[in-house]
Ligand binder design. Structure first.
Ligand code: ATP
Length: 586
């Protein structure tokens, strides 16, 4: 197939802003394309060689492409460069210089799509020493054979600037018309695309086998499925009503979404944008390998940073350390992750995407071997708005963003690539960021595990309720302690150990060791939130809810100068909550 046909189609597409016309030109091009080339033409029109998830980019720096234009036309690099500064588009500059080229190549042969694709592919795959020279040579060779118009589009393609404005959905429309028998075929084609993320493959199958081939299309391990997304509502009543009175509510973990594909020992992780991120999370890949009890599976999970000492969830920002390419081993140790699995889309030959969620959840419970690194997203099934609200508060307090409430109805399929009402997220409209430290009383402790065996893993802390002269709990704090602190605290607290909760301590939590309320420490947190567990300011903001400090951290200061009655009061915490309450931007 002549590349000029492609270049001409591009020119027409570029010159229209109407989507329908654009689709017509694309239909035309696709019809002229031999079937065996259709995938390549589809990738090329989007400025690619492969589906995005393979992560193969054509990529040549503009500076180097200028060299090729100079070599192919006989002009000097600085002449090309200065024209480029005027046009801002190397494609246009090249078109101009090719048109007035001084050296006429005697053996110019018409460019074919096959040659262009093959050459660009070689450029994309060139690596190691000599790669730069090879890329320049390959590009120069193409330009020697290209017409000015062809050169324009080749250069835009290789420099990543082919912006024809053809959206995925336009390609699907065009495929439906060209090979699917009409627009009605669009829905089936779209599903095939949503479960494979590969337009070229969809194009090839519909061109070669027609719409029946597409109907047989199945999820397959290694090809990422476009993610299902959630709508948003802001009250439990609205959510329950929308979901038919009852739903499964799950913690909305605050981490990175991961789609894990497992085939035997081979595991690939894809991000929300369907990029391969296995290298960032080799530990998560190991977890999937070991704890997903199926030969082949595709699961979705949120990957969350956890405190290596306490196992508590950490804020989303801590995952950013995983983006660095070097020293990944060190960040794995310093910023370990846990997986919270929330869906399964495929298991051992069975495509589950069209099965209702209760069925998928049941399969999930069978194939996930839970331990401290992986578990199924915490959930409740409820029809009670109050219960939903309490579960929401608990999720926030534990470091989550809120809840994702999901339909349990028969039609609750996995809607790949769509944001719909089968999933509804419930996040906060307001939050109260903490800017000041507080001084809290140590009222109990929990035994440490792992690295903290033999000392305390976390302390239960309380504020002073001066109206009732008691101590109301406000958080469990396990962060910010140095090794030295961990040695010191059990000794410091030993004189105050008592066999039961102290009568002046107002707590709804069971602890391992209780203390007399005597010792005060300084703590800073990220926010103050409503809490279904803690007793601080219980009922002041909402019935049955107290206040808690989220992500609390010991600052290192023991306030031995303060008596327990000098600690921050419940009233002060309530005041901080109210005065720091701000609308969440999102
Ligand atoms: P947001 O910024 O709110 O995460 P989003 O557009 O990335 O928005 P949404 O579909 O609106 O995604 O919200 C769902 C997101 O929440 C998922 O992409 C996933 O990363 C995350 N998540 C965390 N826990 C769950 C869960 N239990 N079920 C589904 N998604 C979850």
């Amino acid at each position: 197939m002549r590349y000029s046909l492609v270049a001409e189609a591009y020119e027409k597409i570029e010159n229209t802003t109407k989507r329908l016309e654009m689709t017509d030109y694309l239909v035309d091009l696709l019809k002229k394309t031999p079937k065996e080339l259709i995938d390549k033409v589809v990738y090329l029109t989007q400025g690619k060689l492969y589906p995005d998830f393979l992560g193969i980019e054509i990529g040549i720096a503009e500076r180097l492409a200028v060299k090729s234009v100079a070599l192919a036309t006989g002009y000097r690099e600085d002449e090309i460069q200065s024209d480029l500064e005027k046009t801002g588009d190397l494609g246009e500059t090249a078109e101009k210089f090719l048109a007035k080229k001084t050296q006429i190549s005697l053996f110019r042969k018409p460019l074919t799509v096959e040659t262009v694709y093959k050459t660009l592919d070689k450029m994309a795959k060139a690596s190691g020493s000599g790669a730069v020279d090879l890329k320049i040579r390959l590009l120069t060779g193409l330009l020697m054979d290209a017409t000015p118009k062809e050169a324009k589009y080749i250069l835009r393609t290789v420099t990543g600037k082919l912006r024809l404005g053809i959206a995925d959905m336009t390609v699907l429309d065009a495929l439906a018309i060209a090979y699917g028998g009409g627009k009605e075929a669009r829905e089936v084609l779209e599903r095939a695309y949503n479960i494979s993320s590969d337009l070229g493959k969809v194009a090839k199958i519909v061109a070669e086998q027609g719409i029946d081939g597409i109907k047989k299309f199945k999820v397959s391990v290694g090809e990422p499925i476009r993610p299902m997304l959630a709508e948003r509502l802001s009250s439990p009543n609205e959510i329950l009503e929308k979901l038919g009175g009852k739903c499964i509510a799950e913690y909305k973990y605050d981490g990175e979404r991961i789609q894990a594909h497992k085939r035997g020992d081979e595991v690939t992780l894809f991000s929300r944008r369907l990029e391969r991120i296995t290298d960032q999370y080799p530990d998560a890949a190991d977890i999937v390998r070991e704890n997903i009890l199926a030969k082949e599976a595709i699961i979705e999970a949120e990957c969350v940073a956890v405190d290596p000492d306490t196992g508590e969830m950490r804020p989303f920002q801590e995952l950013m350390h995983r983006r660095r390419k070097y020293d990944i081993k060190k960040s794995i140790e310093k910023y370990p992750v846990s997986l919270f699995v929330f869906d399964v889309l495929y298991v051992d030959g069975e495509d589950l995407t069209l099965k209702p969620y209760p069925h998928r959840h049941e399969v999930l419970r069978k194939i996930v071997k839970e331990d401290n690194r992986i578990s199924i997203a915490k959930y409740i099934i409820t029809d009670d708005p109050e219960e939903l609200e309490r579960f929401f508060e608990e999720a926030i307090e534990n470091g989550c963003e809120g809840l994702v409430c999901k339909s349990l109805n028969n039609d609750s399929v996995y809607q790949a690539g769509a944001r719909g009402w089968l999933w509804i997220k419930y996040k906060r409209d307001y939050k109260s960021e903490m800017s000041d430290t507080v001084d809290l009383v140590v009222v109990a402790a929990f035994h440490g595990r792992g690295k903290r065996a033999g000392t305390y893993g976390a302390l239960l802390l309380a504020a002073y309720n001066d109206e009732r002269d008691v101590f109301d709990t406000v958080c469990k704090c396990g962060s910010g302690f140095t090794d030295e602190d961990l040695q010191k605290i059990p000794k410091l607290m030993e004189p105050y150990i008592i066999p039961h909760r102290h009568p002046r301590v107002n707590a709804n939590i069971d602890a391992d060791v209780w203390f007399e309320p005597k010792v005060v420490i300084e703590v800073i947190g990220a926010e103050i939130t409503l809490s279904p567990i803690h007793t601080c300011a219980l009922g002041s903001i909402r019935k049955n809810s107290g206040l808690a400090i989220r992500f609390p951290r010991f600052t290192g200061r023991y306030r031995l100068d303060k008596s327990a009655e000098d600690a921050t009061t419940v009233k002060e915490i309530l005041q901080m909550y109210k005065s720091q309450l701000k609308r969440v931007q999102s």
